[in-house]
Design a protein around this ligand. Structure first.
Ligand code: SF4
Ligand code: SF4
Length: 87
């Protein structure tokens, strides 16, 4: 095929637990249910999120946008691949 193959976008979630205030927005609104609240506490006494399904992150960055504390961000892990020149 002329345009080659495209894999789904994939992101890597980075959490700064000590900036988190435990609101849970990132967990609740992640469309692919990548995150969960941890049982541990951060320095402020809140439960920060943790990644439970890293492979399911689609790099939509919604968690990054919705976090009121800038405690979470996502780096793109480009998996777009073009088919070999044999196409
Ligand atoms: S970037 Fe999107 S899919 Fe990945 S953890 Fe954040 S909200 Fe979920
Ligand atoms: S949205 Fe931000 S402040 Fe709220 S739980 Fe997630 S990381 Fe913590």
């Amino acid at each position: 095929m002329f345009f080659g193959k495209l894999k789904k976008a994939h992101g890597k979630v980075i959490i700064n637990p000590n900036w988190c205030k435990g609101c849970g927005y990132c967990v609740k609104y992640c469309p692919t249910d990548v995150l969960e609240m941890s049982k541990g506490y951060n320095a402020k006494g809140y439960h920060p999120p943790q990644v439970k399904a890293a492979a399911d992150c689609r790099d939509c960055k919604f968690c990054e946008l919705i976090c009121p504390e800038f405690a979470i961000y996502v780096t793109s892990d480009k998996e777009e691949e073009q088919a070999s020149a044999s196409a």
